[in-house]
Design a binder for this molecule. Structure first.
Ligand SMILES: Nc1ncnc2c1ncn2[C@@H]1O[C@H](COP(=O)(O)OP(=O)(O)O)[C@@H](O)[C@H]1O
Ligand SMILES: O=C(CO)[C@@H](O)[C@H](O)COP(=O)(O)O
Length: 499
């Protein structure tokens, strides 16, 4: 039997899957790392930690692997998007990576609009200037850490840095490059116009390849550290949301994905690159050549639940914290939560808004808060679904993946709030599976991702909307939507008191 490895460099952890030629997940491991949040709006990670945890995870896996390591034919990647890794001329890291959920760059976003013009930016990149994207982070370092910027010779996205450390070769690929705000999305090349406008050299951008493209083999050093064979082939990989879509079979028009990881995402497959959503949703290149996807993003989805667990129930497992969620009624006994712990993206691109619990009373218990958090996250994702429906998309079935898809009550809640069938797959690890599928294509096991999906992806269970709950959630959703406008100005006034 032959195998491939899919590595998902997530925000909370690196997750590694060993998958055989039939698509069975034979082994899996996960190694977590923290966020570094030194100031209001800041979110960073140390890229060296990504490498260390990946080495730890792979070597643990290889130690337990019973077969011949030469049968592990290929390896590929999925990675948290948009994060800025800066390297000097000797390819050494210059500073911590600034992540997708870091919102310090509001000023730089304004400067991008002033320099390029919103309409022109949308024409080239198909996306608006949002704090989370990479170009504003590059401009922030240029303005605020000029000495560091002076020494920077190339920028990389998180999984591209990890892959560089495994192969010694520098590349990026279209699905992740699409989230930088420097890619000409339809021409599939770094935008000369944007690079010129911001005084960036073309050499500052890594060469672009397809997600399934062969980019090298395991370096002798990485082979020594992990036990992997130096002959194992390495393929480029994709953005975590592109890989999540691949690993969930979102490979044809009409298919929709919901992913609850640290962020929350609702994503829809597109065959065209010339639609106009006026920047209301993200519009990126897929990991499959010549296909695209549109996407709404909740910045703190799983992160909101994780935050509550860290503050209130640090030693409990998620399973224990969520145990009583199913016995709390729809609407959490009149408690609503907005998940704006680090600001928001869709539909409110707002770096200053912060979270609220509304309706707290003396009778509320911990379990009400837990259910309200799950409901708030799901309402936020429903605002993205609403945008898709308003734009004519017919959403009747959604594949649900990510850490959040481990919980049955939450999956039923998604069906009730989205008023749609929810499909749970055998593995909720869509991005890791998508990465493994890219490696399988690269190794020549299948000729297309669709063919691979038919063999690799199995549905485990379908959750159907319960009419009575759907009606209650419609009422609650309309109350939920009022919280943003009613708390916006309060949060702006509170900003001066933040750390
Ligand atoms: N058993 C569980 N039930 C529900 N949610 C969970 C469970 N375990 C983890 N989660 C949620 O999933 C999130 C992590 O999801 P994951 O897809 O691994 O994220 P990332 O790719 O960002 O690292 C956690 O922050 C948590 O909110
Ligand atoms: O910023 C985005 C998408 O635009 C996020 O979805 C990141 O890609 C991080 O993903 P997770 O760690 O939550 O999977």
């Amino acid at each position: 039997m032959k195998y491939v490895i899919g590595i998902d460099l997530g925000t909370s952890a690196v997750k590694i899957l060993l998958v055989d030629q039939k698509g069975n997940v034979c082994m899996e491991t996960s190694k977590s790392y923290p966020l570094i949040q030194e100031q209001f709006g800041y979110s960073e990670q140390n890229p060296e930690e990504w490498v260390e945890k990946t080495v730890e995870g792979i070597s643990e896996m290889i130690n337990q692997f019973q077969g011949d390591i030469h049968d592990i034919e290929g390896i590929s990647f999925s990675g948290q998007m948009h994060g800025l890794v800066l390297l000097d001329r000797e390819q050494r890291i210059l500073r911590n990576a600034i992540l997708w959920n870091d919102t310090r760059t509001t000023k730089q976003c304004r400067e991008i609009y002033e320099t390029v013009g919103k309409q022109r930016l949308l024409e080239i990149t198909k996306n608006p200037a949002l704090e989370g994207f990479t170009l504003p982070k590059i401009l922030w370092v240029k303005e605020n850490e000029p000495e560091t910027f002076e020494r920077a010779s190339v920028f990389l996205l998180p999984k591209d840095y990890l892959r560089y450390r495994i192969t010694g070769n520098i590349h990026s690929e279209y699905s992740d490059a699409a989230g930088t705000l420097l890619l000409n999305m339809s021409k599939r090349e770094w935008s000369e116009e944007l690079l010129n406008l911001f005084g960036l050299s073309p050499n500052f951008c890594p060469p672009l390849v397809e997600s399934h493209e062969f980019v090298g083999t395991i370096s002798p050093e990485f082979s020594r550290l992990t036990g992997l064979s130096e002959f194992t082939k390495v393929f480029a990989g994709g953005a975590d949301n592109a890989c999540g879509a691949i690993g969930s079979g979102i490979l044809s028009e009409g298919k929709t994905l919901c992913s609850v990881g640290t962020s929350g995402v609702v994503l829809s497959y597109e065959t065209r690159n010339d639609l106009d959503f006026e920047g209301k949703v993200h519009y990126f290149n897929h990991g499959e050549p010549n296909s695209f996807y549109t996407m709404g993003v909740t910045l703190s989805a799983g992160y909101s639940l994780n935050w509550f667990k860290e503050k209130i129930a640090q030693d409990e497992k998620f399973e224990d914290l969520l145990q009583e969620v199913g016995i709390v009624p729809v609407g959490s006994n009149g408690l609503l939560f907005t998940p704006y712990l680090v600001g928001e993206r869709t539909p409110h691109a707002d770096s200053t808004i912060r979270a609220s619990f509304i309706g707290m009373d003396a009778l509320h218990e911990r379990k009400d808060f837990v259910r309200a958090i799950l409901e708030g996250i799901t309402f936020s994702l429903n605002e993205s679904i609403e945008i898709f429906r308003e734009n004519g998309k017919n959403i009747e079935a959604i594949v649900s993946i990510g850490g959040g898809a481990k919980n049955e009550a939450w999956l039923q809640m998604q069906a009730d709030i989205f008023d749609s069938k929810i499909e749970k797959l055998e593995s909720e690890q869509g991005p890791g599976m998508g990465a493994a599928m890219l490696a399988a294509i690269g190794c020549g096991w299948f000729s297309t991702l669709k063919e691979c999906a038919t063999s690799f992806i199995q549905t485990e269970k379908i959750y159907y909307p319960i009419k009575e709950n759907v009606e209650k959630y419609k009422k609650l959703f309309s109350i939920y939507k009022q919280i943003y406008k009613n708390t916006k100005s309060l949060n702006e006034q509170l900003k001066e008191f933040k750390r």
